[in-house]
Design a protein around this ligand. Structure first.
Ligand code: FES
Ligand SMILES: [Fe+2]
Length: 362
């Protein structure tokens, strides 16, 4: 068996500027750290966002709260504990903490003893469009600039069928966003791909996003009630021209293929060599003009029943991409000086945005 190099870096930082593959993140954005239904009423959930361990839990009002995931008593993770009356209870000695991060209860507190004053860092947190979003940056800026999480209006819209796949990849986040912005890698996806023959048309760039337009061919057309069966039977797919837009809306990715498909990728970078992200595929039913005449309860039922209709395709795409991204990361760690020629003009623009955001005045 051939041993593969480890995925941890021991690179000497001889560069004046950090290497692209070692850049940090801009913390002044909202990051999707969990799905909303992963945070239940009785169990705290531990997540990691750029090397910060965070515990999520629901308070008495069912509102999600986010604290640093560290019991101030003996520094163990609070996420191993329980949620009791809307407060998080450490599994070790049972100290409890409320949503402000203050200690509210110690089971063996003596009569002459006071509750310890130990406050935990509290993170701004939102539940929006099916996900839990955390803001790890400067709260004064958050308020002053009214920074918002990426909106996913399709999540609750009755005319969109959603599928979610988790990407958990041992690589720097830059490899993943470059993969998503580079539509010339359809070769990898073989019979799973939704598009063919991409030709890059335009690139638009600003300080917080890159928008790339490709001309392409789509395999799918959603105009019949049985169109969803194209997901399962490749023979039903017919190539036809469609516009393919991919956007890096820092730190996330949004793509549309014609009117029928939208895919988003919500990034949760864990460390310089580990990235998690939620890939969300929406199939539009907007082409069915009479859909709005059906009872809402029925439409909700159909939407819920079809949730995950594209699961096999989406999971398959993720497996293929992850294999490539982890090889890129390993190759980088083995020899950071290796750099191949890049023929897709969009990627230089994407790399510039990564660097500008990562080195912006955080
Ligand atoms: S370590 Fe958490 S209560 Fe003691
Ligand atoms: Fe891909």
């Amino acid at each position: 068996m051939v041993a593969t190099p480890p995925l941890t870096s021991t690179i000497a930082t001889s560069h004046k500027e950090p290497h692209l593959r070692e850049l940090g993140i801009n913390v002044n954005h909202w990051y999707a750290v969990a799905r909303a239904d992963e945070v239940t009423a009785d169990k705290p959930r531990g997540v990691t966002l750029w090397q910060q361990k965070i515990v999520l839990f629901r308070d008495r009002n069912h509102q999600v709260q986010a604290l640093e995931d560290r019991c101030p008593h003996r520094q163990v993770q609070l996420s191993h504990g329980e949620v009791v009356n809307g407060e998080v209870e450490c599994v070790y000695h049972g100290w409890r903490f409320d949503a402000t991060g203050a200690c509210t209860h110690v089971p063996y507190l003596g009569e002459a003893q006071k509750l310890p004053t130990c406050t935990l860092r509290r993170y701004p947190v939102r539940e929006q469009d099916g996900f839990i979003w955390v803001f790890p940056g400067d709260e004064a800026r958050l308020a002053a600039e009214k920074i918002e999480p990426l909106a996913l209006p399709e999540w609750d819209h009755l005319n969109y069928i959603a599928t979610v796949s988790l990407i958990d990849v041992e690589s720097h986040y830059s490899f993943l966003i470059e993969n998503l912005m580079d539509m010339y890698h359809g070769r990898l996806h073989d019979d799973l791909q939704a598009w063919a023959d991409p030709v890059l048309n335009t690139i638009e760039e600003s300080d917080h996003r890159v928008d790339v337009h490709y001309h392409a061919q789509s395999y799918y057309r959603i105009d019949k009630i049985w169109s969803v069966s194209q997901l399962f039977f490749p023979a039903l797919r017919k190539l036809h021209p469609e516009d393919l837009y991919v956007s890096y809306v820092y730190p996330n990715w949004v793509s549309t293929l014609g009117q029928d498909f939208k895919i988003c990728c919500l990034f949760c970078p864990i460390s310089p060599t580990h990235t998690r992200a939620y890939l969300i595929h929406f199939t539009s039913l907007q082409a069915f003009h009479r859909l709005h005449k059906l009872p809402v309860a029925f439409r909700r039922f159909v939407k819920n029943r079809l949730f995950g209709a594209a699961q096999k395709m989406l999971d398959g795409l993720v497996v293929q991409d992850v294999l490539m991204l982890e090889q890129e990361q390993r190759s980088f760690l083995a020899d950071p000086s290796l750099k191949g020629p890049e023929l897709n003009r969009a990627l230089g623009t994407v790399q510039r945005l990564i660097r500008n955001q990562a080195t912006a005045d955080n």
